[in-house]
Design a protein around this ligand. Sequence first.
Ligand SMILES: CC(C)(COP(=O)(O)OP(=O)(O)OC[C@H]1O[C@@H](n2cnc3c(N)ncnc32)[C@H](O)[C@@H]1OP(=O)(O)O)[C@@H](O)C(=O)NCCC(=O)NCCS
Length: 141
Amino acid sequence: MSAVIRPFRIDDTEAVVTLWREAGLTRPWNDPYRDIERKLTEQPEFFLVATVDDAVAGTVMAGWDGHRGWMSYLATSDAQRGTGIGRALVAAAEHALEAAGCPKIMLMVRSDNDAVIGFYNALGYGTDEVRVMGKRLIPDA
Ligand SMILES: CC(C)(COP(=O)(O)OP(=O)(O)OC[C@H]1O[C@@H](n2cnc3c(N)ncnc32)[C@H](O)[C@@H]1OP(=O)(O)O)[C@@H](O)C(=O)NCCC(=O)NCCS
């Protein structure tokens, strides 16, 4: 793996949205462009991309709310899967959050996404038996 991990830059936008679409992370009710715009207003330094030969090959969006850290939009490009970029992105997000004083990192995975659950288990993540609840405040669509 010869990837470089660095903070997102605005000219990464199209490549990042394409990667998220290909990785199946976009949903009709979440506009990925608006998600990027919002993230750039809040802890943009925790929005990381991995590049290989200057091309975007992975992303992770992390954040810290003063109690817990969160990770979302973890994805690697099809061509680069299995080469360690996913692990490196998670490690980079963990280091950034820990350096900020964050004691625990959380993430949400669909309960039937066995492949990603296996990936996170391999990285030391366990399942918390909680029900995730949410309420939309700003509709995107
Ligand atoms: C999840 C994802 C980011 C993993 O990225 P990746 O670059 O292929 O992961 P890595 O190559 O860094 O693999 C890390 C480790 O996890 C292991 N692993 C991956 N999937 C695994 C599984 N299902 N079960 C057990 N171990 C697994 C790998 O073998 C590797 O172990 P190693 O470092 O000891 O060799 C990638 O598959 C992806 O983009 N998926 C689609 C998007 C998605 O669903 N994201 C999560 C949203 S919650």
